[in-house]
Design a protein around this ligand. Structure first.
Ligand SMILES: C[S@@+](CC[C@H](N)C(=O)[O-])C[C@H]1O[C@@H](n2cnc3c(N)ncnc32)[C@H](O)[C@@H]1O
Length: 232
């Protein structure tokens, strides 16, 4: 079933993002618009979260929420066995601001990211190379595995290398969503320092997302836009 977001994206495509923003702007307070612009300025497109076979809906939801909270807009879910399904309520609405890309095969997900210039790293408990030292001079994606069995050999094989999050206690691994938070926090901070800016959204994409977010912040925006842009 097409989502509200799909319908809004079609209207943006048809009428252009600036016309959509102009039609919706009177319905938003200046504070709300300033907040949207601040979040857009800190959107980091060159850091991406990848998960494979996430089993627990609470972990799935926490992963979306953490990804969004760090200012990242993209999450790739590889689903050879488990559908990536987030627990309602735990995302706290963050799913609206993140694009989720679904893949059946790890090779296809990693291949698509490689084509876009990303390096992709597998996270493996005990890997001797620390996430603290991973190269952030290119766009970078970090892949996380299933709660029980970790990443599949196919996913590890497709990646450019393996990184560990250092551990010093008796436990052999962190919980999945905790690892996503620890790893993405460091990689996003280091990438921001590397590029010398909080965000890196290309201008055309910034305008498109601004129009989408204006619409998503307004209840019934689809109807407002259909009245503003009647089909002749
Ligand atoms: C609970 S762990 C899975 C443990 C599984 N037995 C294994 O060996 O991979 C779930 C996921 O969290 C990530 N993870 C947990 N602890 C980690 C660590 N110390 N370093 C790197 N990744 C870790 C990995 O992505 C792992 O696939």
């Amino acid at each position: 079933m097409p989502s509200v977001r799909d319908a809004i994206d079609r209207l943006i495509e048809a009428h252009g993002p600036d016309a959509i923003c102009a039609a919706l702007e009177p319905m938003l307070t200046p504070e709300r618009i300033a907040r949207i612009d601040a979040v857009l300025a800190a959107r980091l497109t060159s850091v991406v979260t990848v998960v494979e076979d996430t089993y627990d809906p609470h972990n799935a939801a926490a992963t979306i929420r953490t990804t969004e909270a760090f200012g990242l807009g993209e999450l790739h879910a590889i689903e050879p066995n488990q559908r990536f399904a987030a627990a309602k309520g735990v995302t706290r609405g963050s799913h609206k601001w993140v694009d989720i890309h679904r893949w059946k095969r790890a090779e296809d997900a990693v291949g698509a990211l490689h084509t876009r210039g990303f390096k992709v790293y597998a996270t493996l408990p005990g890997a001797p190379f620390s996430i603290e030292n991973v190269d952030v001079s290119t766009p970078i994606a970090i892949a996380f595995g299933n709660e029980h069995s970790g990443l599949t050999p196919e996913a590890v094989q497709a990646c450019d290398g393996a990184v560990g999050v250092p551990m010093f206690g008796f436990s052999e691994s962190f919980n999945l969503s905790v690892t996503v938070a620890l790893a993405m926090s460091r990689v996003a901070a280091r990438r921001r320092a590397q590029i010398g800016a909080p965000g890196d959204l290309p201008e055309a994409e910034r305008r498109r997302l601004r129009a989408r977010w204006f619409a998503l912040k307004i209840r019934g925006a689809e109807g407002v836009l259909e009245r503003a842009f009647p089909v002749s």
